[in-house]
Design a protein around this ligand. Sequence first.
Ligand code: 5GP
Ligand code: ZN
Length: 138
Amino acid sequence: MSCVFCRIVDGDLPSRTVHETDDALAFLDANPLAPGHTLVVPKAHHETVGDLPPEIAGSVFAAVSAVTPRVEAAVDADATTVAVNNGAAAGQEVPHTHVHVVPRFDGDGNGPIHRLFSERPSLSDAELDDIAAKVREA
Ligand code: 5GP
Ligand code: ZN
């Protein structure tokens, strides 16, 4: 099996596991963006958020909710950025869905995830209405 997170779930690769449920596992990121940077993964292999069966999606977010305040407490963080790189074009490198829980500190200077986007589109009301309709109908 080549998926690194499946291998961690199966115990074939070591990890610093911090939380485990029937459907989800949380462990420290090997190359942390901040002390306490944690990844929460479904135990079953699903590549993207949209691939998650609803009950697994619920279990993963329940694990995120459980572990986030513990991570903040452990490293005395002021906040966390909770984010998913969902698909290769969004920067996902490991093709097994994972939620990043990254501790944040007052004055850390890293900004909100909005900072990822240097240019924002200017969309009319009609364009926004059209997009919303397409999402509803998709
Ligand atoms: P992505 O870019 O796919 O959203 O993030 C993948 C994350 O997985 C990176 O932050 C990287 O440091 C982490 N990572 C990759 N391989 C391993 C590993 O073998 N063990 C752990 N704990 N983290 C890993
Ligand atoms: Zn996997």
